[in-house]
Design a protein around this ligand. Structure first.
Ligand SMILES: *[C@@H]1O[C@H](CO)[C@@H](O)[C@H](O)[C@H]1NC(C)=O
Ligand SMILES: *[C@@H]1O[C@H](CO)[C@@H](O)[C@H](O)[C@H]1NC(C)=O
Ligand SMILES: *[C@@H]1O[C@H](CO)[C@@H](O)[C@H](O)[C@H]1NC(C)=O
Ligand SMILES: *[C@@H]1O[C@H](CO)[C@@H](O)[C@H](O)[C@H]1NC(C)=O
Ligand SMILES: *[C@@H]1O[C@H](CO)[C@@H](O)[C@H](O)[C@H]1NC(C)=O
Ligand SMILES: *[C@@H]1O[C@H](CO)[C@@H](O)[C@H](O)[C@H]1NC(C)=O
Ligand SMILES: *[C@@H]1O[C@H](CO)[C@@H](O)[C@H](O)[C@H]1NC(C)=O
Ligand SMILES: *[C@@H]1O[C@H](CO)[C@@H](O)[C@H](O)[C@H]1NC(C)=O
Ligand SMILES: CC(=O)N[C@H]1CO[C@H](CO)[C@@H](O)[C@@H]1O
Ligand SMILES: [Zn+2]
Length: 699
């Protein structure tokens, strides 16, 4: 790592500061909202990046010069965090958004470069900078020795503790030799992760089947595959992409076809078993080096779950309650299997195998729930639904969305809203809405943070900004833009993230909105998804585009009933993946003989009650080798707490304003100034549990 000498930086900084002063964000005191200039050209974007990095360098150099005896929160932490988090984060986010939505290709490319430049600079010059860590440690020492001023603000205390912990878990307090060792381990682990995921992306496994063998799979699906002639016979060449596997598993009438596909796909990337085993052992070594007993303890210490015991207890509890339900689901499938096998006059036994699960589930779904997405969509015209959702959020959380007439945006059809507290009329933040597809625009639904809320040096507030990006077709006179129920759910979800950000009021940006424990960050958005399965909400937002009537009670009932279809087996599968992730990462000594194939099949039998197979799906479990190791439990975890929070609305009324406001004040507004578990308890007036989650599944 290279550091620039103070003199050069200082002179360069002066030069830069003087040479230009581009303004992206105008925090005029005459209007509370920011006015952001989204139309800078490529040169200006580059210059501003350079300027911001120079400003950062200057601050870092200044802090590095402070004698340790004089280090205080005010002269070390405040300037550092104010610059590199409060202020610079905005520039990162600005570039990140432009990278995904800018109209011109050149701007998207330059923005991507600027974004990585800032992120890289921060990583190498701050988050791996031992000098900075030493100054921060000195702040702590000097505070405890009463040399530096005591901290009275809880957020300040939390900030200092978190910073020290972050540098600690990044290994900055290791000896030089150990630090070298850590770098080596990280490099080896990185290489293994790369090779593991590369095998998955590059995998080109194919299986060829005749037309008869593929009977049952819709013609339009088959049309997408290449064909080959072997011995005068025509074969379809099927790949192992998820969509192909799903089509075969659900529709192929021929059992051998399904079985073959299931085995071939489950035997992909056999070499990955070895890579994963090596990575798990190296991760264990890394955890030891950093002072932990096992890797999962290291990874969980700053999460809401806190430690592996909590995660395992959590998964065990769910597993026990879900198994009887899954057993019943399997029995239902078995009935269908028997019927079919008898009709075909084929032998069969009393087991549902991997390759039968999706096939009979699809049959059951078609038999029991006739949901036609194309009919349901007619009840969700985009313009109406979006307005209605805004109104629901306004009512429930006591907000006012005010659309800006001449918005400052990146392209003309983007809308900008200012959000106010309904009763006090106090400004809270800004929301952009970019609805329609464009060439080069990110083409899924997503929430973007653009700026965080925090208290500025002069004591005034910096207000949060969020953006919602969707891929809805533009309505025209003849064809309204219609949403599926799933899209409506996703919209509630993503807007939920934006709302979290806008409703949170904190002193430091790192505690604002979605900056919370990764295993709860989805919680507030997942909580809002539950609303879209409530008949009161469905009645209210649905509106047939022709005759303006809402969904009928029958359709609503079918939609709601379909929600918990096969929830037992589906959730047990999630638990299997989460369990495998935690288990292999909790070894307490090196285990060079770890047999991942056996571990997988044993857990599979124990958790999902499905028969072991000659397959190793763990070799294509991308998450555990792409940065989500010891993280897979997180989705279920936050889902369970989201359901528990939703139970308050379920009990006291889904549109109950008092509950809505309490939720806003007790959970959303606090961001991560306290642990999420504390916020949830404060909202529920009790310890959370998994009862509500199980209830939402229909138990
Ligand atoms: C910032 O915005 C205010 C209010 O709109 C305006 O008067 C001022 O000229 C702007 N400043 C810059 C530098 O654009
Ligand atoms: C935004 O930046 C462009 C390019 O520098 C400039 O021409 C334009 O005046 C700026 N717009 C505002 C509102 O400041
Ligand atoms: C960018 O900065 C360079 C020097 O640092 C300057 O010469 C150039 O005019 C700047 N460009 C813009 C558009 O501000
Ligand atoms: C302040 O902290 C530094 C670094 O830990 C330490 O060297 C110094 O002795 C402390 N000052 C006092 C008076 O304790
Ligand atoms: C049960 O049937 C499957 C084929 O459906 C077969 O592969 C399996 O060996 C049979 N199991 C037993 C125990 O007979
Ligand atoms: C986004 O919309 C465009 C245009 O309608 C479409 O071609 C594209 O497939 C959509 N993207 C996704 C991920 O659905
Ligand atoms: C991991 O380490 C923690 C802390 O020492 C310990 O309590 C726990 O039992 C270990 N976890 C497992 C699954 O062995
Ligand atoms: C599915 O869950 C809903 C509540 O979300 C419940 O009312 C319904 O009875 C459940 N259906 C089944 C078949 O369990
Ligand atoms: C595109 C994007 O930034 N999406 C974010 C939406 O919110 C979740 C939860 O915080 C983030 O993880 C995503 O990155
Ligand atoms: Zn989300």
């Amino acid at each position: 790592m290279k550091f620039y000498s103070l003199n050069i930086v200082f002179i360069f900084s002066l030069f830069i500061f003087k040479s230009f002063s581009l303004i992206i964000k105008n925090d005029s005191t005459t209007t509370p909202h920011h006015i952001i200039n989204w139309s800078l050209n490529a040169d200006e974007l580059r210059n501003i990046t350079l300027q911001k990095i120079e400003e950062e360098k200057y601050i870092i150099e200044e802090i590095e010069q402070i004698p340790e005896l004089e280090c205080s929160f005010e002269n070390v932490v405040v300037p550092l965090i104010d610059k590199v988090e409060n202020e610079i984060t905005f520039y990162s986010y600005y570039f990140y958004l432009l990278e995904n939505v800018a109209v011109e290709k050149e701007i998207r490319q330059i923005s991507a470069e600027c974004y990585s430049e800032i992120e890289e600079f921060n990583y190498f010059n701050i988050w791996t900078n031992k000098n900075i860590f030493d100054k921060i440690l000195a702040v702590k020492t000097n505070i405890s020795n009463n040399i530096a001023k005591q901290l009275i603000n809880d957020e300040d205390k939390r900030l200092l503790e978190q910073l020290i912990n972050e540098f600690h878990i990044a290994g900055l307090d290791l000896s030089d030799a150990d630090s070298e060792k850590l770098n080596e381990l990280d490099m080896k682990i990185g290489n293994l992760e790369y090779a593991f995921t590369d095998c998955i992306y590059e995998d080109e496994t194919t299986v060829s089947f005749t037309k008869e063998e593929l009977e049952g799979i819709p013609e339009r699906v088959l049309e997408g595959y290449d064909k080959e002639i072997i011995d005068g016979k025509e074969y379809y060449i099927l790949n192992t992409l998820t969509s192909t596997l799903k089509a075969v598993a659900q529709y192929a009438k021929n059992e051998n076809t399904r079985k073959k596909m299931s085995i071939v796909s489950g035997q992909r990337c056999k070499g990955n078993l070895e890579l994963l085993k090596e990575a798990v052992n190296l991760r264990y070594e890394k955890a030891k080096l950093l002072g932990y007993n096992n890797y999962s303890e290291y990874k969980l210490q700053d999460k809401m779950a806190k430690n592996p015991e909590n995660v395992i207890k959590f998964l065990d509890s769910l597993k026990e309650k879900l198994q009887p339900v899954a057993q019943e689901e399997l029995n239902q499938l078995l009935e269908l299997k028997k019927l079919e096998k008898m009709e075909l006059n084929e032998p069969f036994n009393e087991t549902i195998y991997d390759w039968e699960l999706e096939y009979y589930k699809r049959q059951l779904l078609e038999k029991e729930y006739t949901i036609n997405d194309n009919i349901i969509r007619e009840y969700f015209p985009m313009t109406h639904v979006i307005n209605e959702i805004f109104k629901i959020y306004e009512e429930l959380f006591s907000l006012t969305f005010k659309e800006i007439e001449n918005p400052s945006v990146w392209t003309t059809d983007v809308r900008q809203f200012e959000i106010y507290d309904q009763s006090t009329k106090i400004f809270m933040g800004t929301l952009y809405l970019d609805l329609y597809p464009r060439q080069g625009k990110y083409n899924h639904m997503a929430n973007y943070s653009v700026d965080y809320g925090y208290v500025k040096k002069d004591g005034s507030r910096n207000y949060p900004i969020a953006a919602m990006v969707t891929n809805f077709s533009k309505p025209t006179e003849n064809s309204p833009s219609l949403l599926t129920h799933k899209e409506v759910i996703n919209y509630f979800h993503e807007l939920g993230h934006a709302l979290h950000q806008i409703c949170s009021i904190t002193k430091w940006s790192r505690f604002n909105g979605m900056n919370i424990e990764p295993d709860f960050v989805e919680g507030p958005a997942q909580m809002l998804e539950y609303f879209v399965w409530e008949s009161e909400i469905l009645k209210r937002i649905s509106y047939h585009y022709k005759d303006q009537i809402p969904l009928s009670d029958e359709i609503i009932e079918t939609i709601i009933k379909s929600k918990n279809f096969s929830s037992g087996t589906n959730n047990l599968k999630q638990i299997l993946y989460a369990y495998a992730d935690i288990k292999i990462h909790s070894i307490e000594q090196e285990d060079p003989t770890m047999n991942l194939y056996e571990i997988w099949n044993n857990l599979k039998k124990e958790i999902t009650m499905m028969e072991p197979m000659e397959t190793w799906p763990i070799a294509v479990f991308e998450h555990i080798m792409s940065g989500y190791d010891v993280n897979y439990y997180g989705y279920l975890w936050s889902q369970v707490y989201a359901a528990d929070m939703f139970s308050q609305f379920k009990t006291y009324g889904v549109l109950n304003k008092e509950i809505g406001q309490r939720y806003r004040n007790v959970v959303l507004s606090k961001g991560s100034t306290e642990n999420s578990m504390t916020l949830i308890k404060n909202f529920l007036f009790r310890e959370p549990n998994d009862d509500a989650f199980l209830k939402t599944l229909g138990f």
